[in-house]
Write a new protein. Sequence first.
Length: 83
Amino acid sequence: MPKWPHEYIVRERVDEKLFIDLVTHIRTYGYTSKFYKKEIVYFEEDGLIYWTMGAPIEETTIINRCKKENSYEYRLENNSLPD
């Protein structure tokens, strides 16, 4: 997604317990915001934003992250959304 630079980890390629712990942490300590019309729980730490797509934990397969300045919320506030 060149217009939305981000990184992600895939559940099947990392430690299962750590993956579940991170998803739980994001959802417990994060905040709800939007990506266009979709509500997502985000967690911010050290200038990075982490999120999943909101599926139940047992169905979640990816954790995403991006720099704050590449987040939807930041780009919306700064009138820099991609076309």
